[in-house]
Design a protein around this ligand. Structure first.
Ligand SMILES: [Zn+2]
Length: 296
């Protein structure tokens, strides 16, 4: 296939973490909002994940599932048979307990040893639960620094997927080494782009669920990316809990939940039919990209 015919690759990635999670002052791990209750909840995450996995089956889409290890354990304890349900998808790591590694909100940045221990434990738990090799990492709040990246390298991760990069002339959706962190670890960044009015947008779908954007804006973004990023990856990102509760932890009305599901389904069904688009898991994209790089 000549370069000119190369498709735009699209990945569906899920950050599977506690409902309406928030970093908390004075502690490393996250709590569900409102944080005053001191609770960790996954019931909205469970419902949302079930629905999304059904939709992925329906549209025959393989996705990348970034599991927070604690959430995976809680979902399994609640009776969800995750290993079977996740079988066709890539299992990747989204920390142990949604730690605020950099201490931006907690006020207590974690040192290298504690970051190392928590990510290593998370990886161990996920390997044990799912029996898959874990290659990818996405940091809680997508916040990384040199220490986190150093730990990921030491633990044998193949890629990080926490950064956001502007899609366009500077970056066409390809993996790049994290030189800014003095590392050769590869980054599969999430795209940011402009909407029709020139307003900045990201590929996280939260703005749809909060009623701030409509699905067609994301379809337009993919069409736009298809022009500037052939051979690159456009990764969508979704929090399953966000289909059922807002960022403050308030339940959406049944009507809003139905709308959220319809919007999500519209995105899946439209990208599935689009010319010049190929949907695949982030690890499969990375594998193909590395192979092509080796051969050229
Ligand atoms: Zn998260």
């Amino acid at each position: 296939m000549s370069k000119i015919d190369e498709p735009l690759y699209v990945a569906i990635s899920l950050d599977i973490d506690p409902d309406a999670n928030s970093a908390v002052e004075g502690r490393h791990d996250a709590l569900s909002s409102p944080i005053e209750y001191g609770e960790i909840r996954v019931d909205a995450c469970k419902k949302g994940l079930q629905k999304i996995l059904e939709l992925l089956e329906k549209y025959d889409i393989d996705a990348t599932l970034f599991y927070e290890a604690r959430t995976a354990q809680m979902l399994i304890e609640s009776g969800m048979y995750l290993p079977k349900l996740s079988e066709r998808h890539e299992i990747a790591c989204h920390s142990l307990k949604h730690e605020d590694f950099l201490g931006k909100v907690s006020g207590i940045p974690m040192n290298e040893k504690s970051i190392d221990e928590s990510i290593e434990k998370a990886k161990e738990i996920l390997v044990k639960l799912f029996g898959q090799e874990i290659k990818g990492f996405r940091a809680p709040y997508t916040r990384i620094n040199r220490t986190v990246i150093k730990v990921l390298e030491r633990l044998g991760f193949q890629y990080d997927s926490s950064e956001t990069a502007i899609l366009g002339t500077e970056w066409a959706g390809k993996p790049y080494p994290l030189e800014a962190f003095n590392s050769s670890l590869l980054e599969l960044a999430l795209p940011s782009f402009r909407d029709a009015k020139g307003k900045k947008m990201s590929s996280y779908l939260w703005a749809i669920f909060e009623g701030r954007r409509i699905f067609s804006e994301y379809i337009d973004a993919v069409l736009q990316a298809r022009e500037v990023a052939q051979g690159g990856l456009f990764a969508f990102s979704i929090h399953p809990w966000h289909l059922y509760v807002d960022c403050q932890g308030n339940q959406f009305s049944n009507n809003q939940v139905r709308k959220n599901l319809e919007n999500l389904e519209s995105i899946f069904s439209q990208i599935k039919q689009m010319q010049g688009i190929r949907i695949l898991r982030q690890d499969k994209y990375m594998e193909a990209w590395l192979k092509e790089k080796d051969s050229s």
